[in-house]
Design a protein around this ligand. Structure first.
Ligand SMILES: [Zn+2]
Length: 81
C-alpha cells in the first residue's frame, strides 16, 4: 500500500468501515511509515476537534478530553468570546 492509498483509506479506517484485508495493509504501512502515522494522528485530531466543537457552549467539555485538546478547541472557535 502506498502513502497515496493510505490517504484514500483514511476516512474509512477511522470510521471503522475498512475491511480486515486493507486494514491489515494499512496498519502494516503505518508501522513502517512515520509520515503516515503523523498524518493519521493529525486527521484523528481534526475529526475530534470537529466533533467537540459541535458541542453546545453550555455543555461542559467532557472530562476525558485532554487539556491540550481542550485548549486547541477553544483557540479554534473564532468569534466566540
Ligand atoms: Zn506512508
Amino acid at each position: 500500500m502506498t502513502c497515496r492509498e493510505i490517504a484514500q483509506f483514511l476516512m474509512q479506517y477511522t470510521d471503522g468501515e475498512l475491511p480486515w484485508r486493507p486494514r491489515a495493509m494499512f496498519n502494516l504501512h503505518l508501522t513502517m511509515c512515520s509520515a503516515c502515522r503523523r498524518y493519521l494522528t493529525s486527521y484523528e485530531l481534526t475529526v475530534e476537534l470537529a466533533r467537540l466543537s459541535r458541542t453546545p457552549d453550555d455543555e461542559p467539555v467532557p472530562a476525558s478530553a485532554p487539556e491540550e485538546l481542550v485548549r486547541a478547541i477553544l483557540a479554534s472557535r473564532p468569534g466566540n468570546p
